[in-house]
Design a protein around this ligand. Structure first.
Ligand SMILES: [Zn+2]
Length: 246
């Protein structure tokens, strides 16, 4: 089998190749024309994969992997920014019948510029949403490559870290992109447990900020509510976009 891993590149070489991917992507994609991300489609992920396969791997991924690749986007991912989904029992599947899916979360990148913070991804300081997106995509490509060669993959392992470092110069397996919780704190001055007010069906409603994911969860005192606290108070649960608080 051709070895996709036996490649060690200098940081300068990696940066030049990544810049080449960015230039080709922004020239070709109907959705991405600058380093800011406001729209993206699954077809853009296929295009991005093709560019990486060409520029970083001389088209060799397709020679080594005969299965299918699937690309998808999710607006619901709130912790990890990307995910690679493998078959559970690869030994039971013929090489041509295998499907591996790369799923990219979108909100981390659409909200990249919401607050000023250190936005390191895989140990590399990023300066734009698109650069951050590419680094997460590279991390998922490392999962794909490790899986193709070894039939399993974990970014906690030494082997994965060596692959990601040799091919893309990554030094960690996580991102420090702003989460909704950080955006709530820095941009809106809100933290869990705070009293909040918002408008619902024309009425001003007061409650307690209970959780923050894609939207904030607010508990509002209501004698008909279905949630009860340990003092017997009843609450109704509301999901409120962060920008809707008064
Ligand atoms: Zn990972």
């Amino acid at each position: 089998m051709l070895d996709l891993i036996a490649t060690t590149r200098s940081p300068g070489e990696i940066f030049a190749k990544r810049t080449c991917v960015i230039n080709r992507l922004t020239a070709t994609s109907p959705n991405i024309s600058s380093a800011r991300l406001t729209r993206i489609s699954a077809a853009d992920l296929q295009l991005l994969f093709d560019l990486y396969n060409e520029i970083f791997f001389d088209h060799r991924i397709n020679e080594v992997y005969q299965g299918q690749l699937k690309f998808s986007l999710s607006r619901r991912m709130t912790k990890s920014a990307g995910k690679t989904i493998f078959p559970r029992r690869p030994d039971k599947i013929g090489p041509g019948d295998m499907t591996i899916e790369i799923r990219m979360g979108t909100d981390f990148f659409f909200k990249y510029d919401e607050i000023e913070s250190n936005k390191t991804v895989c140990g590399i300081t990023t300066t734009s949403a698109l650069e951050a997106f590419l680094l997460v995509f590279e991390h998922e490509l490392c999962h794909l490559i490790e899986f193709i060669h070894f039939k399993n993959s974990s970014c906690r392992g030494k082997r994965f870290k060596a692959i990601a470092n040799h091919i893309f110069g990554h030094t960690t397996s996580y991102h420090e992109l702003p989460t909704q919780r950080q955006i709530a704190r820095v941009k809106y001055g809100l933290k869990i447990g705070d009293p909040v007010t918002f408008t619902y069906e024309g009425k001003s409603i007061k409650g307690i900020l209970f959780n923050i994911n894609k939207r904030a969860t607010v508990m509002v005192r209501d004698k008909n509510g279905t949630f009860t606290d340990n003092r017997g108070n009843r609450y109704m649960k509301y999901y409120v976009p962060l920008e809707s608080f008064e």
